[in-house]
Design a protein around this ligand. Structure first.
Ligand code: NAD
Length: 477
């Protein structure tokens, strides 16, 4: 594959010639050296995207044709799914079966938004006999998509698919830990026949490349997924040029288990909620909020399940817990585990780092019981396979405990009582609520945060609205 910047339809190195290593976190091998894009490269990428937007070859293309190009990209990606999945596992450390799901979801996202391209209608407005008024939906312009390392291609697709369908042009900056599938997708974009400059990829770190992109006056909108702290900085910086901003940020999502739940399903769901993706999932059910009457059996069963989740080679068939993304992330997660112990939480499973074949950055599936709302592990996003169990006595207390976090990305509810499920779903402050399930996604279902988890939505109709301006046209009669 080409490991160069993809700007204006061609691959090439950074102007400075600088490169940085991409590491396989399961083996500690260097996978590739990719360009570190500096301000000159950012300038060039934004200029290419701006020129394409201004020229009308993309936004002026018949909308159905635009949709067809997205659908073609989906088909091309699907035929190369295995190659993409393997590369995703190599750079991220997640089990191969998870990467296959990620690629399939990206294909779906492209197909879903391909269908939107020719359905972005405005309205006619009944303003009275003296005028004729209508609205037009227009693309917002050049979009900078800045994404994290946990679902590298899939989360990029959540941005570039709706942006391109809307007629915007895109400069994608993947995370420095996981830039390879974004670069491989540039090959797909090229083969699908997107005009030069419609889709660009620049690789680099946050402070150099990301910050230059955020500051750049040629960018109209920043679509960001990442940590809350970086999101706050981006919002501050974007104010200077009044860029549009959507922020998909961190989470500390509660998974509430009521005593009347199907406990076997709840335990399995709780396991999936925190340990899928090694817990490096923005919507991870990282707080298990469980009713006291069933606390002991739920925690016992969950801890037993956690102990069977042995970290393994991400390419091995049975592996359900891969490597965390980097040595730095492993240290962060282990630091939180130590803090949990220091602050008095009871460690009932896991708690250690691990290697596989003597290499890599792995963390055991970890469960802490007896976690109080004040403890750090109840408040801060750990972004690793670490579950904090909290207990409640009645519904109001359970809801209050669930809502007692600065974040509001997602929540789970486990109960057999339908009315209770809907009551609690309304009371929860989160952008997504799952009832008797967890971690389900669909390209048509909007996803995003309340509170410190950000604002704006990816996916669904709301997802594409974020790439459109509304123009109101008045005609005197
Ligand atoms: P991060 O905020 O460190 O980095 C995200 C992206 O921003 C990367 O591409 C990074 O290079 C870039 N970046 C960093 N500093 C920047 C700066 N100053 N200016 C511009 N760009 C900059 O996050 P991460 O560690 O890569 O990812 C983990 C975080 O992402 C977690 O907090 C997680 O919850 C969040 N996340 C949220 C969602 C969601 O949909 N809400 C989804 C996945 C991940």
């Amino acid at each position: 594959m080409r490991t160069d910047l993809f700007i204006g339809g061609t691959f090439g190195p950074a102007a400075s010639g600088r490169r940085f290593p991409v590491e396989n976190p399961a083996t500690e091998e260097c996978l590739a050296m990719v360009p570190l894009a500096g301000p000159e490269d950012v300038d060039r990428a934004v200029a290419a995207a701006r020129a394409c937007f201004a020229s009308d070859v993309w936004r002026g293309l018949e909308p159905r044709r635009r949709g067809l190009l997205l659908a073609r990209a989906a088909d091309l990606l699907e035929t190369r799914a295995e190659e993409f999945a393997r590369l995703e596992t190599q750079e991220n450390g997640k089990p191969l079966f998870e990467s296959k799901i990620d690629v399939a979801m990206t294909v779906d996202t492209l197909r879903y938004y391909a269908g939107w391209a020719d359905k972005l209608t405005g309205a006619t407005l009944p303003t009275g006999a003296g005028s004729f008024v209508y609205t037009l939906k227009e693309p917002v312009g050049v979009v900078a998509a800045i994404v994290p390392w946990n679902f590298p291609l899939n989360l990029a697709g959540w941005k570039f698919a709706p942006a391109l369908a809307a007629g915007c042009t895109v400069v994608l900056k993947p995370a420095s830990e996981t830039p390879l599938t974004a670069l491989l997708f540039a090959e797909v974009a090229e083969a699908a026949g997107f005009p030069a400059g419609a889709f660009n990829v620049i690789t680099g770190d946050g402070p150099t490349t990301g910050a230059a992109l955020v500051r750049h006056p040629g960018v109209d909108k920043i679509a960001f997924t990442g940590s809350t702290a970086v999101g706050q900085g981006i919002m501050r910086e974007a104010a200077a040029t009044l860029k549009r901003v959507t922020l998909e940020l961190g989470g500390k999502s509660p998974n509430i288990v009521f005593a009347d739940a199907d406990l076997a399903a709840a335990v399995k769901g709780a396991q999936n909620a925190i340990f899928y993706g090694k817990g490096e999932v923005c919507a991870a059910g990282s707080r298990l909020v469980v009713e006291r009457a069933v606390h002991d059996q739920v925690v016992e069963q969950l801890a037993a399940r956690a102990r069977t989740l042995v970290p393994g080679d991400p390419f091995a068939k049975g592996t359900r817990l891969g490597a965390v993304v980097s040595r730095k992330q492993q240290q962060t997660v282990l630091g939180y585990i130590e803090q949990g112990k220091r602050e008095g939480a009871a460690l009932v499973a896991g708690g250690h780092g691990a290697t596989v074949n003597g290499k890599g950055y792995f963390v055991e599936a970890t469960v802490f019981d007896g976690v109080t709302p004040e403890m750090t592990i109840a408040r801060e996003e750990i972004f690793g396979p670490v579950l904090a169990v909290q207990t409640f006595d009645d519904l109001e207390e359970g809801v209050a405990l669930a809502n007692r976090a600065r974040y509001g990305l997602a929540a789970g509810i486990w109960t057999r009582d339908v009315a209770k499920a809907h009551r609690v779903a309304r009371a929860i402050q989160a952008g997504t609520v799952w009832v008797n399930t967890y971690n389900l996604y669909d390209a048509g279902a909007p996803f995003g945060g309340y509170k410190a988890s950000g604002f704006g939505r990816d996916l669904g109709r709301e997802g594409i609205e974020g790439y459109l301006e509304t123009k109101t046209v008045w005609v005197g009669l």
